[in-house]
Design a protein around this ligand. Structure first.
Ligand code: GDP
Length: 312
């Protein structure tokens, strides 16, 4: 059984082109989840524009990587502009963040919005100075600018003492000093596992999950995505849905999915801390809580912005 202490739910904040896709692909390959026959699509983490137009957030682009018995769920984050409060919601599901910064360009103003949300949420941030193989890399300057940005954004002293990993997603190498890289991403994995917290959830106790992101599948209908906050969720289980206006209705879960590599994987039962996708429930809204019928406790509501307020 997957225990919360063996889970890390993280988001990667990166300016476009700073190498998020390449790095995640390298992490997948090195964690051996990646299968040789599984085609790597470039830009695997990019959101589907069509879904975006419909105002639906899909989460099938998320990734789960296993490292030394720890499951690392990487939740996709829009790199800059917010979309319907999505950044804030993603930040509520994760417990730590990687800030990926190009070793030549340094942090870009466009990522400030997302980084601010992570900092305000109190998350610990690992700064990954990426593309360190570039000939004109300026790791010290980049760290200084990043530190200034943290101070600007009101980061706590603890957040300002961010761990730093130098990496090249392209060559799959990383290390604690810019000139002492190992040809592996192990230092990065170690840092994620050791300095980012596991989800603060209750394994035992009545089921509780907040619908944080919604997806839609042509065959399965609405898909509810969230971090299981307490208890378990089983396939075909009867639970209670509490909506924002406090109306309650009995629901029956269809299937339960988690992530495995780039794919969704159906499981019989999910345990607290994991990020899961549920099918079989309709008319769910963001912020609704799914609970044990005997313990109808709603989680605090989520602020939702209309997609029309989207900034670009
Ligand atoms: P994303 O937009 O953040 O997902 O960035 P991509 O992973 O698509 O990378 C953008 C560009 O940077 C591509 O041309 C990559 O080949 C290149 N790139 C990615 N990682 C590295 C790296 O570690 N070193 C160098 N030199 N180039 C990289």
């Amino acid at each position: 059984m997957l225990k919360p202490e063996n889970i890390r739910n993280i988001a990667i904040i990166a300016h476009v082109d700073h190498g998020k896709t390449t790095l995640v692909d390298a992490m997948l390959k090195q964690s051996r989840i990646f299968r040789d026959n599984q085609q790597v699509h470039t830009r695997v983490l990019d959101s589907n524009d069509l879904e975006r137009e419909r105002g639906i957030t899909i989460l099938s682009k998320n990734t789960a990587i296993h490292y030394k018995g720890v499951k690392i769920n990487i939740v996709d984050t829009p790199g800059h502009a917010d979309f319907g409060g999505e950044v804030e919601r993603v930040m509520n599901m994760v417990d730590g963040v990687l800030l990926l910064v190009d070793a030549v360009e340094g942090p870009m103003p466009q990522t400030k919005f997302v980084l601010r949300q992570a900092i305000e949420r109190g998350h610990k941030v690992i700064v990954v100075v990426n593309k360190i193989d570039r000939p004109n890399a300026q790791p010290e300057e980049v760290i200084n600018t990043t530190f200034d940005l943290f101070v600007d954004l009101g980061a706590t002293d603890e957040q300002c003492e961010f761990p730093i990993i130098y990496a090249s997603g392209l060559t799959g190498s990383s290390g604690y000093e810019p000139d002492q890289l190992t040809p592996s991403l192990e230092p990065l994995f170690e840092e994620i596992v050791h300095s980012l917290p596991s989800p603060d959830v209750e394994v035992d106790g009545p089921t509780q999950l907040q619908a944080t992101l919604l997806g839609y599948d042509e065959y399965k209908g609405q898909i509810v995505i969230g971090r299981l906050q307490r208890g378990k969720v089983r396939k075909n289980q009867s639970l209670l849905l509490i909506q924002a206006d406090e109306t309650k209705r009995t629901i029956k879960i269809g299937q339960v999915f988690t992530h495995q590599g780039l794919q969704r994987q159906e499981i019989e039962e999910a345990t607290a801390g994991d990020i899961i996708a549920l099918t079989g429930i309709s008319d769910v809204r963001i912020g609704d809580t799914i609970t044990d019928p005997e313990y109808p406790e709603a989680l605090p509501p989520i602020r939702i912005e209309e997609p029309t307020l989207r900034m670009t």
